[in-house]
Design a binder for this molecule. Sequence first.
Ligand code: GDP
Length: 265
Amino acid sequence: GRASPPLAALAQVLRLERSRRAGIVFPLQKLERYLAPGTDTARFRLFQPGLAALQRAEALFRSDRGHPIDYVSSAVRTDHAPPPALPEVCFIGRSNVGKSSLIRALFSLAPEVEVRVSKTPGHTKKMNFFKVGKYFTLVDMPGYGYRAPQDFVEMVEAYLQERRNLKRTFLLVDGVVGLQKTDNIAVEMLEEFGIPYVMVLTKIDRASRGVLLKNVLEIQEFVKENTQGCFPQLFLVSSVEFSGVHLLRCFVAHVTGNLPTPEAS
Ligand code: GDP
């Protein structure tokens, strides 16, 4: 298997100097001091777990003999999906948004897990199911794009409407370019069906602080004004630097009912 990259584990992050560590674990909060005074930052800290919860979540994402993490199957139709026995989360986003990189980062402590990518144009895009022990399943949904939103719409629409065990949808948005018109396809669908979702801003290591701030504030405003089902706190991630990945693992653990107590520190 692959070796885990640096900072994939909390133990490595905890060895960092304080402000660097805070930036890796809570990247959104790191932006706070660059905001105009009086900016409402209540939405920055709705989900703010303590160390115990972060560690509990990490244990879920670390495979071992008694706790296998496996790719289960792929499906183009919901009736070919694995039985809905466990709580489930799914990840959707435009092609190239960084979805496979993020899922790989989440599963970096289970190096035997293979996150497959089928990017061949014209190739049927599938939903890929991963099972995390006996705790939850994670679904990598096909990416949507400029030319072929139709197969995406058909497959994803059916999945979102039918999947009873779906606890939360993670909608990935590119942190460099911000919310795009094509992202509205997904937003409108989630809103129409009343599916609870959360936005994740990817590739934050690539965006300058100014661009990142602009995109964060724009998306927050959009979420506030135009959505019902979107969790008000944005999640920022870099799959290269591992910022936000530990927090996202913790949020997945939380929404799938795998954190014993509501953790807030
Ligand atoms: P997908 O099509 O959504 O699965 O996107 P990929 O995960 O394949 O990523 C698309 C491109 O963005 C690839 O070249 C990745 O190396 C790059 N990428 C993905 N995540 C990050 C990130 O967090 N930081 C940086 N700098 N590049 C990223």
